[in-house]
Every structure is written in C-alpha cells, then in structure tokens.
Design a protein around this ligand. Structure first.
Ligand code: SF4
Length: 464
C-alpha cells in the first residue's frame, strides 16, 4: 500500500512548533511521508495559535485555505490542532464542517490515532501532556539547531494572557530526561539548543526535589558536542543569583537572555499582575549586565493595556531609551475573553494602540542603529546557517546574540578561502552593520560541523 502523506502547517510560537514536530515524528515513525506541498498531501494538519486576535485570524485563514484544497484536491482529511482548537472546541466544530478532526493542545501524540483508527471528531485530553525524550519527534529546523521544550503550561496569571487556560498548569520534565533529548539532538547534528517553555525561570518548581533551571543548565553544560545553549521566555521574578552565575560561568550557555517584561509603569505592572515593579526590573537588568558583561537582552512589551495613560506610555518609552534592549518585540494589547484584563474598564481605542506601537517601534529602531554599529570592527563567533535567501553566492549565519528566526543574521561576504559549511562555527570580523543584519569576513574556523547538515524539513511556519 502506498505510504500516505501529511502536510503540517504550524502557527504561533516555537513551543507549538515542537508539538508539530511531535506529530510529524509520530507519523513518520508509522511509515507516513511528509508532503512538501499541501496539494499533494493525503492529510493536512493545521497546528493553530489562539493567543491573540491577529494569530486567531491567521489560524482561521490557514484552515479555510486547507479546506479549499481538500475540496479541490487530493487531501482526504483535514485536522486542526493547537491552541485555537483548544480554546474554541464547540464553535470550531460547529462552524467548520470541512474539518475532520479537532485535537486539543494536549494531544499531539494522538495524531496517529485520529488518522488510523475510528477516532472521535473531537479529541481533547486534559492539557496535562508533557513530552519525554522517548516521544517521537522530528526536528524541523536544520539539524544544527533545535528547540527543546523543558516544560509546558504556566502557573502565572498575567491579566492579559489566555495561555494558562489553554496549556494547563506548569509541568516540568526531569533533568535527566531533558539531557537525554539534548544528547539525541546533538547526535542528529545539533550544535545549538534553544530552551523554551511558557515560563522558563519557573522550571522544576513542580517536580519532586524542586530542581532549578541553573541545575538543568549545569547538566546540559556537560553534553558532549553541544556548543550553544540559549534561554527563551524567562520570567523576571524568582531570578536567583545561581541562575545568573550559571549563564555567566557555563561556557556553552550563550550570553543571551529572552525575558518578556511587558511594561515598566508600576501601575501597569500591577494591572498586568506581573508581580514585579519597575525598580525590581531595573535591579535585575543591572545585575545581569554587571555579572555577565556583554549579555544580549531580548524582551517583549505590550502597549494599550486597559487603563494605560499617555504618562504610562512615556514611562515605558523612557525605560526602553534607558535600557537599550538588543532585541525588542512590541505587541498591541489584544482583548481576549476569559482573561482578567478583558473585563477591565478604560479599554484603549485601537488607533491609540497603533499610534503607541508605531512610536515605540520607531524609538527602538533608532536605538538599534547605534547598537548595531557597535559591532563593527569586532570579531564574533558565528554559527553558519547556509545560503542567503536572495543569492546562493553568499552564506549567512548568526552570532551568539542572534536567536534563530527572530534576531537577524550575519552575512558572510568573504570566506577567506575557508571551506565553510552549515553547522560550522567560525570567527567573523564585522565590517558593516544594518538595521537587523551584520556583514563580515570569516577570519578563522572555530569548529567544523560533525556531519553534513541535511536540508531543512519544510514545516510551513506562520507568524511568531
Ligand atoms: S508567564 Fe504570563 S504571559 Fe507568559 S504564558 Fe504565563 S500567564 Fe501567559
């Protein structure tokens, strides 16, 4: 019997990408093929995001496009999974008759069951699933880099956020299980591992013995062949000295931290139920910079939360001017039913949200120019990624201060006769700087990739 093929579309964050990789791993292990083109697939899976309005609209759009393909094309089944499915089970089931199966956010491993057995149309196990190193998974990034989900769910209750309702309580994976998966990813060619969770800093507080994130980092620091360990989605509370020391002292932990702060006005931080103050945020950022010279900081901020005044917004702008983040994501507040903020008075008009979003993005663009210029003349360690998307005559990579997919690249315009390949670590002298990218010349090879890096598995990814 001809192998059946699946096409998976992933929306949202890297944690959702990992769930798509679990669905892909489960199907490939069972003899299915991955179809690069949805038109050619027997089954189309849309792994949705349901976090904010824009993401919900993109998810619906992707489902409707797949439904049209099913009507016209070859696809026999359409499966909708992920957070939008978890959030609106009855509405989606009623309004999207074209969809054959709906999976909840806790059901990526159930994909085989719904496609091979006589499974119910809707499958919503309690979102208490947490993968392990034994869970089938196929990395969808080039094998020299991978995401590693160390925990799922969240015990915080930020007033604007629906995620705890969709992903459940915090569930951390034991350290030895995470190390096993890291070793597996390294054996598959990974040189960089990007740690993700909803709240990375809360890692382990739900486990017996309450192991902490710094203990996990020390264990991952022992993994042979792993060169870069990156931290995403840290929460600025409960940030122990031991964690700062671990980031500083473990050679393979890159001096990079993604830590959403969301706002800097004390009034707004209280309204957001973030549990911190502008003073505690400043003190933490100062500690990080003092203890880890040259640390690269990425953060996310929200404008337009209910009750945000022009004065609050000015406080936020002053904070951004003062802190000079290396990378900044700005979101317009999205009123999400089921969250505390949705019930708040003084909802901010959309045009005011847009106007503040544009002003903050503009401010960051100006600050960023200076920061980028500061790289000119420096030598950086760069992970080579492959040909430039516009011309195969140029190779690109990322320095340790650039996370995959979100922080810009280093364009290698002079290889100095070095035989450089994807996955290699090289030293690059930076000669030019642009808004997001840097340009430079290879001045030496630090370490060759252990193996030729196979081509990227094309899991279409939309939005972040
Ligand atoms: S930490 Fe806050 S914003 Fe992040 S997932 Fe948890 S509740 Fe949402």
């Amino acid at each position: 019997m001809k192998a059946r093929s699946v096409h998976i579309v992933t929306l949202g964050c890297p944690k959702n990408r990992v769930d798509s990789e679990i669905m892909l791993g489960s199907l490939l292990e069972a003899g299915w093929d991955l179809s690069r083109e949805p038109e050619q697939a027997d089954v189309i899976v849309i792994n949705t995001c349901g976090f904010i309005e824009d993401a919900k609209e993109e998810s619906i759009q992707a489902i409707l496009e797949a439904a049209q393909l099913k009507e016209k094309g070859r696809a026999k089944k359409l499966v909708v999974a992920g957070c939008l499915s978890q959030r609106y089970p009855e509405e989606l089931a009623r309004e999207l008759p074209e969809v054959d199966h709906f999976l909840g956010s806790g059901a990526p491993v159930e994909i085989l069951r719904v496609l091979e057995e006589d499974a119910p149309r809707q499958l919503y196990p309690d979102p208490d699933f947490i993968q392990s190193a034994a869970t089938p998974r196929r990395n969808s990034l080039p094998s020299y880099t991978a995401y590693l989900k160390i925990a799922e769910g969240c015990d915080n209750r930020c007033a604007f956020c629906i995620i705890p309702a969709l992903r459940g309580k915090q569930r951390s994976r034991p350290i030895d299980d995470i190390v096993r998966e890291a070793e597996h990813l390294v054996a598959e060619g990974a040189r960089e591992i990007n740690l993700v969770a909803q709240d990375l800093t809360a890692y382990g507080h739900d486990l017996p013995g309450r192991p902490r994130l710094h203990e996990l980092l020390h264990a991952l620091g022992q993994v042979e062949g792993l060169r870069w360990i990156r931290l995403h989605y840290a929460y600025p509370r409960h940030f122990p000295d031991a964690l700062i020391e671990a980031i500083r002292d473990i050679p393979t932990v890159v001096k990079y931290l993604d830590m959403p702060l969301q706002h800097a006005s004390d009034r707004l931080l209280r309204a957001m139920r973030r549990g911190g103050t502008s003073r505690s945020l400043r003190e933490l950022l100062a500690r990080l910079r003092a203890e880890i010279p040259g640390i690269v900081l990425r953060t996310s901020l929200i404008v337009g939360l209910p009750g945000e005044t022009e004065e609050d917004f000015e406080i936020l702008c002053d904070f951004v001017r003062e802190q000079r983040f290396d990378h900044l994501g700005v979101f317009r507040y999205s009123r999400e039913e089921g969250t505390a903020a949705a019930e708040m008075d003084e909802q901010v008009p959309d045009e005011v949200k847009w106007e503040r979003w544009e002003r903050l993005m503009q401010l960051q663009a100006e600050l960023r120019k200076e920061q980028q210029q500061a790289y000119v003349g420096r030598e950086l360690e760069v992970l080579v990624e492959g040909p430039h998307e516009e011309t195969e005559h140029l190779l690109v990579g990322r320095h340790a201060g650039q996370a995959p997919e979100i922080d810009g690249q280093v364009i290698l315009n002079d290889l100095s006769d070095e035989d450089v390949a994807p996955g290699d670590l090289v030293r690059v002298r930076i000669d030019e700087a642009y808004e997001y990218d840097l340009v430079g010349a290879v001045v030496g090879v630090v370490s060759k990739a252990p193996r030729r890096v196979p081509e990227r598995i094309p899991l279409p990814i939309f939005s972040r």
